[in-house]
Design a protein around this ligand. Sequence first.
Ligand code: ATP
Ligand code: MG
Length: 436
Amino acid sequence: MSDDAYDIRKTHFTSDVGPELDGKEVVLAGWVENIRKLGGIKFIILRDKEGQSQITIPKSNSKLFDEVDNLGKEYVIQVRGTVKKIEKAPQGAEIIPKEIKILNTAISPLPLDPSGKVDANLDTQLDNRVLDIRRPEKTAIFIIRHETANAIREFLIKKGFTEINTPKIIASASEGGADLFPISYYEKEAFLSQSAQLYKEQMSSVFEKVFEIAPCYRAELSRTVRHLSEVYAVDVEVAFNDYEDVMNLLEELICHLFKHIKKNCSKELMALNRELAVPKKPFPRYTYTDIVEKLQKEGVGINWGEDISTQAYRKLGELLEGAYFILDWPTAGKPFYILPRKDDPKLCESFDFMYGWLEMASGGTRIHKKDMLIKRLEEQKLEPTSFSFHLKTFDWGMPPHAGWGLGLDRLVMILTGSENIRECVLYPRDRDRLTP
Ligand code: ATP
Ligand code: MG
């Protein structure tokens, strides 16, 4: 065993090793998951990004047999050896090594056991995130996250959407709101963007169908299992559409996504012990008024016009399973850019897409007439001059448009069955956590 590794490359991943390679020489590389001794045989379980292989060292190879004792958990090693077909081994084959190189060592004890045999609380997991994510059921969450973004992107591009990138450093609040992070920007104050809203609306007047997958920033004061300060949002805006159209689009996307994950992430779902049920179209649609009545009937204290509290959402999650929409919200509680209903302006053409107790997305028909937009800004006690950069684009031919913003992190929560949003983000940011 030597550490003078000149060729660090491998010929195969662990998942390539199977009985069909019997007798072939391979070079694998990865991490020492475990070392076991069983009488006259020593086993190394080698882990790489695809899975695990069993490296079997018989006593007859006395040099390697002794050198196995120099290895520790999470050491990075390269193994050159011969594949041997064997029914009992995982994947039906093992590796009989000719050479084992140590490419790097690791400390012992590690702050967290990546094999998952010793439980660690969420804070310890997050503090030692790299080790934590080496556990297969954690890796699985991020493979599903990767596939989710990938599937959404593919779906929208196929439908003729253009992917855009909008600024995350902005001069004024896009939606008013007190949940903005101020930053020092040269001689001025600026803010981190809380949503792509205004910019995606503007771009609907050029590309007609646009989307963005990007972070947005919310200075959330409360500590909950569904809020972070740095959030990934999937934002969509479509010209010549109303809220019905974009609700249908979202419904189709969600069904497509669940099917995609079921098909392409079966290994990951298994690691998570998760059965994924594809929601059926059409998703139930309840008005805000229906929901308030349902909650009142259940004894939840809520008056028409009020926001739905966390406790009320929890109740809703008990009453309504899976995917559904809540539509026609009170205009006063929704952002200024949402179009009031013509027949009843105290309601607006808005919706939330829900999954159980969790709000996944908000959307609606937008106001495309400048004078109405100014009136709504004033009604919401916002200063139209702060929005002049936006309002002027409404003089240049703004089409009617609609769209939604979908929380990617919450979507991964439901796909993976995670209880806490922090589990679905590599390096979560919240009120208490700014590292690692
Ligand atoms: P909530 O009421 O749950 O705080 P919101 O209505 O303020 O959410 P929107 O502005 O509608 O959020 O943002 C669109 C989507 O982005 C939400 O439906 C949610 O999925 C996600 N989202 C918003 N804020 C957060 C956050 N702080 N942490 C995680 N996801 C968020
Ligand atoms: Mg919302």
